[in-house]
Design a protein around this ligand. Structure first.
Ligand SMILES: Nc1ncnc2c1ncn2[C@@H]1O[C@H](COP(=O)(O)OP(=O)(O)OP(=O)(O)O)[C@@H](O)[C@H]1O
Ligand SMILES: [Zn+2]
Length: 658
């Protein structure tokens, strides 16, 4: 905003504010009167009576209002026959008026919906009773409660507006004020802004294929509707943060050459009653005007969280109203409106089931963390704008970044460029990338952390111990990288490639325990003394051993039984489901298992003391070693771990020592 404008505004006389207050109140009142249903006194009934009517096939339609009240419309026959007379003291309303025959509050929406579905199925009702969802505003309650903070906040807001001079000219503070119910969606126009295409989205083959269909729907809707098919209204992109959900949605818009409305679920939520719902309404109105179009709602969980899971505060009415409005809009627009809603979430499991019903977000598209091959493609995309050294090995980089999301990789590339620039290099080379990866994995390298040479040696042997043992054992996870560079709170770490196993055999568990104990065993073998550095190893091993004995029934002495309770277990937690004698047996078994594996690790390391020492020395010198260094010392690993080709590496397991 220009200076003129600002001055202008400051000159405005004060009474103007009161004028605005008055206007708001009048408009608010009018909205309530026009929009609200008022009070209609229809006969109350109870949920169980309702279920009886439903079973008898006497129900034509149920309207679910505000997710807590049902309005019931009987079928014409039921009304004519005047059945259920006993349950309703006054006469039925004539069927020409559309007032419901009954209304009642049911407790939990989910249960209620389930009950209805069960009855419909059991009775095989035909025609099926209709179930519709509505939002209605309660005339005075919401109004009075909503008004006070509203007025106060408007005061504050106008104050802030005047100072910040935000907004785009014209209306000034007043204009801003009346825009509160307007959607905050960012519009990317097809001609100018939506330039993203599938080429910019690396990997994600499956997801791209699925959204390709949506592109098709948007481009040639007739092709589908001519055959009587219905165009889907929405799809849910589900996946961890930073995996490219927003990118994918944008690419759909770019490929279909349609406008793209983008906003986040939290944009709907304001402290004012009714604002969210009105924003939803406005958003859909805008999108329909520009149709075909895509609406993208990021973080839909902000409004779509299922009811009753996390609300104690009672402040969720507003969120629910917003959700209801969204559902109503999605149900409302015809299949021919050519607006497709894409929504993204990290957690589909917390979403209200109502969102996933047919005709809403009935498609789920999974956007997973990238595997090695996909990571390579993502690197290629983000390396394009960088000046990189000629010998940069992208395969190597993608192998070094298991568990990284697309956003992490974009971050690595950027960070590497910054590091190279800081060091005055002409091109970004391998070392810059490795430093960037380290920085992102474990925070800044603490080069200045005070660690004595003795400590460093101990850490090197400890980590070398892990590496040696896991190299020698068939079922231990193969190592990716070992480091003794202090980082964060840890002095060293080893990264493994975990295998995805569905069924784990005891040999595998034991090998893993042995490898985890390899650190302490190495300290014992080399220095004949142990340290506190193995805390996290011991914790892991103890848990594993306990699980073997008490959960998986893998101890012969305890037998084929489990003390695991899938129903959540004993809520009081002070009685054990076994006797003192068994408790002792369990303890003995746990320590026997651990002791055996410790001894095994010791023996292995005694036998390979020279190699262990060699490895530790390389570690001390280089601080970081990879698989290749291990192969130089030990030769090729005799055991090949067969990894599925595509789904290779999940998150690295890092074993960190305090
Ligand atoms: N598959 C990919 N190909 C290329 N770049 C990607 C990919 N995935 C992510 N990125 C990069 O990461 C950035 C962030 O991704 P995006 O915002 O789409 O993630 P998101 O899944 O929507 O994350 P969030 O759940 O946090 O909203 C993108 O702008 C892009 O630079
Ligand atoms: Zn360790």
């Amino acid at each position: 905003m220009t200076k003129d404008n600002k001055n202008n505004k400051n000159k405005k006389p004060k009474f103007n504010m009161y004028w605005i207050y008055g206007g708001v109140i009048v408009i608010f009142l009018a909205m309530q009167v026009l929009g609200g249903s008022g009070f209609d006194e229809t006969n109350p009934t109870t949920p169980s009576q309702f279920m009886t009517f439903l079973q008898d096939g006497d129900i034509d339609k149920v309207e679910i209002v505000n997710r807590r009240e049902a309005k019931v419309y009987l079928t014409a026959e039921a009304e004519a026959k005047d059945v259920h007379k006993k349950s309703k003291p006054s006469s039925l309303l004539p069927s020409s008026t559309k007032a419901p025959n009954y209304r009642f509050e049911f407790g939990d929406l989910q249960n209620f919906e389930d009950d209805i579905a069960t009855v419909i199925k059991a009775e095989n009702l035909d025609p099926r009773p209709k179930v519709e969802y509505k939002t209605e505003q309660n005339l005075w309650g919401d109004f009075l409660i909503g008004l006070l903070p509203f007025v106060l906040l408007i005061g504050v807001w106008i104050f802030i507006m005047r100072r910040m001079s935000g907004g785009s000219g014209g209306g000034g503070a007043g204009g801003q004020l009346f825009n509160i119910g307007k959607s905050r969606a960012k519009l990317f126009d097809e001609n100018t802004d939506v330039k993203t295409s599938f080429k910019d989205v690396a990997g994600l083959e499956g997801a791209k294929e699925e959204v390709q269909e949506i592109v098709d729907f948007l481009k040639n809707p007739d092709k589908y509707t001519n055959l009587g098919g219905k165009i889907p209204k929405g799809a849910l992109l589900v996946g961890p943060p930073g995996t490219g959900k927003t990118l994918l949605a944008k690419a759909v818009a770019g490929e279909a050459q349609v406008p793209f409305f983008s906003l986040s679920g939290s944009d709907f939520v304001e402290m004012f009653v009714g604002v969210g719902a009105s924003r939803v309404r406005d958003l859909f109105k805008q999108a329909k005007e520009k149709s075909p179009a895509i609406i993208f709602i990021d973080e839909i969980d902000a409004i779509g969280r299922s009811r009753g899971k996390n609300n104690m505060s009672g402040s969720n009415d507003e969120r629910e109203n917003t959700l209801n409005q969204l559902l109503t809009e999605m149900d409302g627009f015809g299949t021919n409106s050519n607006v497709i809603v894409l929504a993204a979430t990290n957690r589909a499991d917390v979403l209200d089931k109502a969102l996933m019903r047919a005709g809403r977000f009935d498609r789920q598209i999974f956007v997973d963390l990238p595997d090695v091959r996909e990571r390579k493609e993502i690197f290629e995309v983000h390396l394009r704008p960088l000046k990189k050294a000629d010998d940069l090995d992208i395969d190597f980089l993608s192998k070094q970044t298991p568990g990284f999301s697309g956003a992490d990789i974009a971050n690595v590339c950027n960070e590497a460029a910054l590091i190279a620039a800081r060091n005055g290099k002409k091109a970004v080379d391998k070392q810059d990338f490795l430093d960037a990866v380290d920085r992102i994995v474990g925070g800044l390298e603490k080069k200045n952390k005070i660690i004595t040479p003795g400590e460093k040696k101990a850490v090197a042997f400890h980590e070398a111990g892990h590496a040696t043992v896991s190299w020698m054992l068939e079922h231990a996870a193969p190592l990716v990288k070992v480091t003794i560079v202090p980082r964060g709170r840890s002095l060293g770490a080893a990264w493994y490639l975990p295998e995805e196993r569905l069924i784990v055999r005891p040999e595998q568990m034991l090998d893993e325990m042995c490898a985890a104990l390899g650190g302490r065993a190495a300290e014992k073998v080399i220095f004949n003394q142990i340290s506190t550095g193995a805390l996290s190893d011991l914790e892991k091993v103890t848990k594993q051993a306990r699980a073997m004995v008490t959960i998986y029934g893998l101890s012969e002495k305890v037998g084929n039984l489990t003390y695991f309770d899938s129903s959540g277990g004993n809520e009081y937690g002070f009685t054990k489901p076994y006797s003192e004698k068994t408790a002792e047996l369990i303890d003995n078994e746990i320590s026997r298992i651990i002791e055996e594996q410790y001894q095994r690790a010791i023996n292995l390391l005694e036998e390979n003391k020279d190699k262990l020492t060699q490895l530790a020395e390389v570690l001390l010198e280089k601080e970081v070693i990879f698989k290749d260094n291990l192969e130089k010392i030990f030769g090729k690993r005799p055991y090949v771990i067969e990894l599925p080709i595509t789904e290779e590496i999940q998150k690295p397991i890092s074993d960190e020592e305090e």
